[in-house]
Design a protein around this ligand. Structure first.
Ligand code: SF4
Length: 412
């Protein structure tokens, strides 16, 4: 799973043949675990039990571990635990210190440095939490946190204060109280299960929870946010899919950041979810030297469509403590959107957002396509940089004056 993508050369786009290579579906392979029987390797419980969780294991499996990574791994258990499934570990290129998979899951000493503008709860979730484990920030929907555990831990996690319990948050969701709050608030029509990762619950527990939510008449729509399809595709069993399909309309937001995460194993797991009628969207976080590159992002969104997943959001990395080394610029995010919009299938273009620091919610960020707008007309720029004029109609009906392409916009 080696590629010579751009990231080591300061974000320069990779050559076309490399982009094409990124879109190939490859297996993660077995690596160090080549002697493990198939039945074990394909068992999600085995994968969880054999996760890499200590600096010593990391060094043993990856002798090229850098001193700053070893030091980061040593301190991780005081902040956000280290855990990587054997399956996902195999995607790391040990020879490449800039490997985009490596940067997502291997701690670095920089995580212990907090910039003045960084926070432990950058989205202000705790201040919008009417009962433990429930975030009610938008009027008609809630975030239902079901667990503080994940299959592996992303080093940029917005909820690192909570997940893995390394920093002593002591998260204890109380499903009865969470469900009672939803039942008492008829304005809540949409419940997003998240965490931690809801798919770490057993099928039985998840079924019980979904059943209780479905029994609330005003809950129209259920969603699950999960990184499991990319960290642990073995969890997406036919039995899980058969259970989930009983609770439609049920959507799933998966999380992947780089095309190399979309392996044959992941494609097959996503296919099983899609076959169960579950609409799939992907959320990516814009990360420095991981996917802050238009060519890499384009390969990623196109590959997602091949996996029957709609690219949904690209998030600007939240101001979580110790994440400066992973945060790409907003300028780069806008440039990537400029390179996607119009240059590839509309379905492949996600919405780039910044979760406004402190709890302001998601704010869409777009390149400027409206150059000016007054009572008479709108001046537009298309994806090729050409300028167009569209006549405005105060009553909402276009005038008879046809839209036309103009050479230069007049300043309005
Ligand atoms: S899977 Fe999600 S909740 Fe878990 S560490 Fe990664 S970003 Fe955080």
């Amino acid at each position: 799973m080696k590629d010579d993508n751009s990231q080591a050369n300061g974000g320069e786009p990779p050559a076309d043949h490399c982009t094409q290579f990124l879109k190939e579906f490859l297996s993660a392979g077995r690596g160090y675990w080549r002697d493990v029987p198939d039945a074990d390797w394909n068992d999600w419980h085995w994968q969880l039990k054999h996760r890499i969780t200590t600096p010593e294991q990391l060094q043993r499996f990856m002798p090229t571990l850098l001193p700053e990574e070893f030091a980061g791994a040593k301190l991780a258990n005081h902040k956000l635990a280290l855990a990587i499934t054997p399956y996902f570990f195999n995607l790391i290129d040990p020879a490449d210190e800039h490997c985009p998979i490596r940067r997502q899951v291997i701690p670095r000493i920089e995580e212990t440095r907090t910039a003045p503008w960084e926070m432990s709860d950058p989205c202000g979730e705790d201040s919008h939490s009417p009962v433990p484990g429930l975030v009610h920030r938008y009027p008609d929907r809630v975030l239902f946190l079901v667990t503080d555990r994940c299959a592996a831990y992303c080093r940029y996690c917005t909820r690192s204060r909570l997940v893995s319990n390394a920093s002593g948050y002591d998260f204890h969701p109380e499903f009865d109280r969470q469900i009672a709050y939803i039942a008492q608030h008829p304005e809540i029509r949409d419940v997003l299960l998240s965490g931690g990762d809801p798919l770490l619950l057993s099928d039985e527990k998840l079924e019980q929870l979904l059943g209780r939510l479905r029994a609330i008449k005003h809950v129209e729509f259920l969603r699950i946010g999960s990184r499991i399809p990319t960290f642990l595709p073995q969890r997406i069993t036919p039995e899980l899919c058969a259970m989930l399909k009983k609770f439609h309309p049920l959507f799933m937001s998966i999380h992947s950041n780089h095309p190399r995460e979309l392996t044959t194993e992941v494609r097959d797991a996503l296919g099983r979810l899609a076959d169960a009628g579950i609409p799939l969207g992907n959320q990516s976080v814009l990360l420095k030297h991981v996917n802050d590159n238009a060519a890499v992002m384009k390969a990623h969104v196109q590959k997602l469509l091949m996996c029957r997943v709609k690219p949904y959001y690209i998030y600007q990395c939240d101001l979580i403590s110790g994440s400066a080394h992973l945060r790409a610029s907003v300028r780069q995010g806008i440039e990537i959107m400029t390179q996607l919009r119009g240059h590839t299938t509309g379905y492949a273009v996600p919405q780039y957002v910044i979760d406004a620091p402190g709890g302001g919610g998601k704010v869409p960020i777009n390149p400027d396509y409206v150059l000016s707008h007054n009572a008479d007309r709108v001046v537009l720029r298309n994806y090729e940089g050409k300028i167009f004029e569209y006549p405005e109609a105060p009553d909402g009906t276009p005038t008879s004056k046809p839209p036309k392409e103009i050479e230069k916009p007049e300043l309005v």
